[in-house]
Design a protein around this ligand. Sequence first.
Ligand SMILES: Nc1nc2c(ncn2[C@@H]2O[C@H](COP(=O)(O)OP(=O)(O)O)[C@@H](O)[C@H]2O)c(=O)[nH]1
Ligand SMILES: [Mg+2]
Length: 295
Amino acid sequence: MKSGFVAILGRPNVGKSTLLNAIINQKVSIVTDKSQTTRNNIRGIYNSEDAQIIFLDTPGIHKPRQKLGIEMNSMAYSAAHEVDVAILVVDASKPFGVGDNYLLEHLDIHDDKLIILFNKIDLARIDKVEALKAEYRKTFNKALFIDTVASEGFNVDEVIKAVISLLEEGPRYYPVDAVTDKDEIFQIKEIIREKVLKTLKDEVPHSIAVYMEDIAWEESPIHIRATLIVEKDSQKGIVIGANGKRIKYIGSLARKDIERLLHKHVYLELFVKVQEDWRNDNSSLEEYGYKYKKN
Ligand SMILES: Nc1nc2c(ncn2[C@@H]2O[C@H](COP(=O)(O)OP(=O)(O)O)[C@@H](O)[C@H]2O)c(=O)[nH]1
Ligand SMILES: [Mg+2]
């Protein structure tokens, strides 16, 4: 059988996590309309009778403004080196710009074993996509190009076929029924963060981390206590909302998804704590799971 590791790389918000979820047919990576939603490398495992592909969803590569951004970029750069095949996702509805240049200058990827996806072609004009492809051809002579609409699953099967064509024979690394290597606590924290991101606007979402205080698995319903870390007092107010309305809403959205994940009833308690400039503080980055670690 064919098997191997594949990194999904690209700028923020181009559709990397959406693609991973479409491939795995299940939500393993959170998706929002905000950039820099994904903060860790997340593995999604594709299983078929004659192939096992481990996809690594990565944080979007961007010019960093905080230490958090530096860590996130490092995770993406390292993923590019740990894999057998790289997928570069490009937003086909946007012209080639400085952000694309930044990525190409910093990300070390090569022609062979590279697939470039021109995603969001549903939003793009054909002539503009052709110009964009010509631009990428200059750097990547041998890469395979595929048009996709990740959010609709369009051409996702072509992506899987292309990956398999580039992989070598290998073992099954994970059990056939595994879909991700991330544990339930990680997924619960991500669900909560997703609901915060979806509910809030502007800078607040980028300033949020979720800290798991406690999970009482033995209780029924399962009792989960988590803290939302924000950077400013004003953000704390925004997250809580008038009479605690907003945090209640976030909690109720999150609880539904967590119950779906665990197949159990859940009692979710959310707290909010201010920690100034945590995104530039090494020990906080470590504590919240955002420190890039070389294996
Ligand atoms: N129209 C359109 N939207 C898409 C497509 N793929 C992803 N999106 C949307 O783009 C946004 C960013 O997606 P996400 O997967 O989080 O991007 P990431 O930051 O690269 O992981 C979300 O709102 C998705 O629903 C696509 O092919 N077409
Ligand atoms: Mg993402």
